[in-house]
Design a protein around this ligand. Structure first.
Ligand SMILES: *Cc1c(COP(=O)(O)O)cnc(C)c1O
Length: 368
């Protein structure tokens, strides 16, 4: 066989996923694995155990993997967790929160949305009032890091309130899990959703849900979808010791196992959080120096991704700026906020302070 050399990346991804992965994670995909074989199923079981360990030091949780992008896992979780007699309260402040309402709509899940707009956190007083006045609500859902703006939402505070009112609490931690410390037990989270290609630093192809077992075990028959039935998927993985229903993304799973190993080698979630925070603080300080303004107030800013306002000189064109940076080896992200012109720079993935410093140089030498 010809010797295989991993090709160079033409650019690094400063996006919220897929993101820049290590050469060793990519190399893990070079073997073919049988989806039914014991060796492969053992890897799946190890991944499930690792995810549970990352989610809380307390016992009582289980993990299930689901094919597709992150949204598939959000939809699988909602359609399975909420029975036809249930009612969902959605706390939204960005595109991903609103997508949850859209899923509820499509799945005919009875729901109510509190939308505080893109720039404000959830209104905790309004939440308490609603839960007190509408006893029909059974589940509360929110996004942890709202990737639309980079806002870090207060899941601990909302978890406390959900707990007080005895509601099941679901968190879309897609862009934070593995990069920001979370303790599901302490934060009263019943279901946590994330995916392979965000802070664990794997490649895209599946998502996962970590669930409180005592709550999840009551959801048999709830799902309004066959392929997205998270309960059935869970039962198959439990009984088949790592077996998936239907074809699984074997190469992606292998890469994810490697990515989890590398997370441990880095020193776990706490160390990764420190690296991301350093990247983020450096980026914001340097961007401000160059005259850019972050969209959010500092106290709401996550260490994951930052939205910046377009500079107000009249000739600024995002397309030109984007291509100027791409030609120098950096891909950034367009904005997603409705009323304001923004762009976003992510700092998660195999990204280090030296990459941020190179980016700053590239921005300085780009005409925009
Ligand atoms: C990435 C992301 C998702 C899932 O997006 P997909 O494109 O389906 O992978 C959901 N919620 C948040 C907050 C995200 O950042």
């Amino acid at each position: 066989m010809e010797k295989f050399i991993l090709p160079e990346n033409p650019y690094i991804l400063l996006t919220p996923g897929p993101l820049t992965t290590t050469p060793t994670v990519k190399a893990a995909m070079l073997k073919d694995w049988c989806t039914w074989d014991d060796d492969y199923n053992r890897i799946v079981q190890q991944i499930r155990a690792d995810l549970i360990r990352l989610a809380s030091p307390s016992p009582g949780y289980t993990a299930v993997l689901m094919q597709g992008s992150g949204t598939f896992s959000v939809e699988a979780c909602l359609t399975t967790a909420i029975p036809s007699s249930g009612k969902l309260l959605v706390l939204a402040n960005g595109a991903y929160g609103r997508r949850i309402s859209q899923i509820a709509q499509r799945q005919s899940i009875d729901h109510l949305t509190h939308d505080t707009g893109d720039l404000a956190p959830p209104d905790l007083k309004q939440l308490e009032n609603t839960l007190a006045s509408d006893p029909g609500i059974t589940h509360v859902v929110m996004v942890h890091c709202e990737t639309t703006t980079g806002m870090l939402n207060p899941i601990g505070a909302v978890g406390n309130i959900a707990r007080q009112f005895n509601k099941i609490f679901i968190v879309d931690a897609m862009s934070s899990f593995g990069g920001i410390p979370i303790d599901m037990a302490r934060m009263h989270i019943d279901y946590l959703i994330s995916s392979a290609n965000k802070c664990i630093q794997g490649v895209p192809g599946f998502g996962f849900v970590i669930a409180r077992e005592s709550v999840f075990s009551n959801t048999c028959g709830n799902a309004r979808s066959l392929s997205l039935d998270l309960f059935d998927q869970w039962q198959t993985m439990e009984k088949g010791k790592g077996k998936w229903r239907y074809t699984s993304p074997t190469h992606v799973v292998r890469a994810f196992a490697k990515a989890l190993e590398e997370l441990d080698q880095e020193g776990g979630v706490v160390k990764r959080f420190e690296r991301y925070s350093q990247n983020n603080r450096y980026l914001i300080a340097q961007m401000k120096e160059m005259g850019f303004t972050p969209l959010l107030e500092e106290r709401f800013q996550s260490p994951i991704i930052t939205a910046f306002l377009h500079p107000d000189h009249p000739g600024f064109e995002f397309k030109k700026f984007y291509h100027g940076l791409k030609s120098q080896g950096f891909v950034i992200y367009p904005g997603k906020v409705t009323d304001l012109e923004t762009f976003r720079i992510g700092n998660i993935g195999d990204i280090h302070i030296k990459d941020m410093a190179r980016l700053v140089n590239a921005i300085q030498s780009t005409r925009y």
